[in-house]
Design a binder for this molecule. Structure first.
Ligand SMILES: [Zn+2]
Length: 330
């Protein structure tokens, strides 16, 4: 059972209330390690080797040795911070800045505000954090859910690795959206995914992965969704053709979210996202959207780090070329 989800985190105890408090809490690498250790093992150290839960031997803050099997480990081993050469203070400051800006931050913006020597460091940190924004065990959407596709215009000029002098090319990529509808009004959680085309082979697996069986799924009249009833969904089709009701009224949730995603990609990221990296940006958008009602921005910082210490390390090459990682496909 995930006890972390049950106890609500408290500002000033579980995460800093503001930047001044942040500076107090994270004044040293040891302090950062201590914080991450508590997030990773909220009920105390558990040996990644033998699974025994017992206070480890400590040669210093970073090195932990299991009393039972003698295995040495570190707080950051097996997390997105694994083997990083960037100080944890910089990582935590990046997480704070990333989550405190309502619209997020571009790699160039992060490089400037943290005074990082290399653009590539900022870019890689942001992409590693994006990997931690999706919990693999997250619940599927339920109740009433709207599903539709939209095109996003992006330019192949992501800051990425060799930013200088490359000609940019605008591409339209198709994204499928799912938005929970609340009663009597308002939107719940969302899911987004880039798809190759609007065929049933692309949209149906998305619905099954993201929406609980038995939920009411509202789509337009597209034939791609025709198997949903047979798959156990209460499928409601809204046929637009010849209807007097404009699309933004009859499918208000997906249209609202689609316009917010477009504005975010164009605003914060100037539309400059390589198609192969789009899913990572969509993950960040979903993370922000689904936590939008949090009372404090610090809550997003806390959730991001909580997930970062249970997210497997990401190799640099799989960050640069996400399609080389089979797990991200489909
Ligand atoms: Zn052990």
């Amino acid at each position: 059972m995930n006890t972390q989800a049950i106890v609500a985190p408290v500002a000033g105890r579980d995460y800093p209330r503001n930047w001044n408090e942040f500076l107090d809490w994270f004044a040293s690498e040891d302090a950062c390690l201590g914080y991450l250790e508590k997030l990773r093992w909220p009920s105390g150290f558990v040996c990644p080797g033998c699974g025994v839960a017992e206070e480890p031997y400590r040669s210093n803050r970073a090195r932990l040795m299991c009393r039972s099997c003698g295995r040495q480990s570190t707080v950051t081993a097996g997390t997105i911070f694994d083997k990083t050469r960037t100080p944890l203070r910089v990582w935590l400051a990046a997480a704070w800045y990333l989550t405190n800006q309502k619209q997020g931050v571009s790699a160039l913006g992060l490089q400037r505000v943290l005074g990082l020597g290399s653009y590539q460091t900022a870019w890689t940190m942001l992409h590693r954090f994006r990997r931690a924004m999706v919990r693999p065990d997250r619940d599927r959407l339920k109740g009433r859910v709207e599903v539709d596709e939209t095109y996003l215009a992006i330019t192949d000029r992501e800051e990425s690795i060799s930013p200088v002098g490359r000609k940019s090319k605008t591409t339209k990529v198709l994204v499928v959206l799912a938005v929970e509808l609340l009663q009597p009004k308002g939107f719940g959680r969302i899911r987004l995914r880039r798809i190759e085309n609007d065929s049933d082979a692309c949209v149906v697996p998305f619905v099954q992965a993201c929406i609980e069986s038995g939920a009411q799924v509202r789509t337009d009249g597209s034939a791609a969704y025709r198997t949903l009833s047979a798959l156990g969904y209460d499928h409601q089709r809204t046929v637009m053709l010849g209807s007097d009701v404009p699309a933004h009224v009859s499918m208000a949730g997906v249209h609202r979210v689609a316009s917010l995603v477009k504005r975010w990609i164009l605003g914060t990221h100037h539309g400059a996202v390589q198609p192969g990296h789009l899913d990572a940006y969509l993950d960040e958008f979903v993370f922000r959207f689904n936590l939008r009602t949090s009372r404090s921005r610090g809550m997003l910082f806390y959730r991001l780090l909580q997930q970062a210490v249970v997210t497997e390390p990401v190799t640099y090459s799989s960050v640069v070329n996400p399609l080389s990682n089979p797990a991200k496909q489909g």
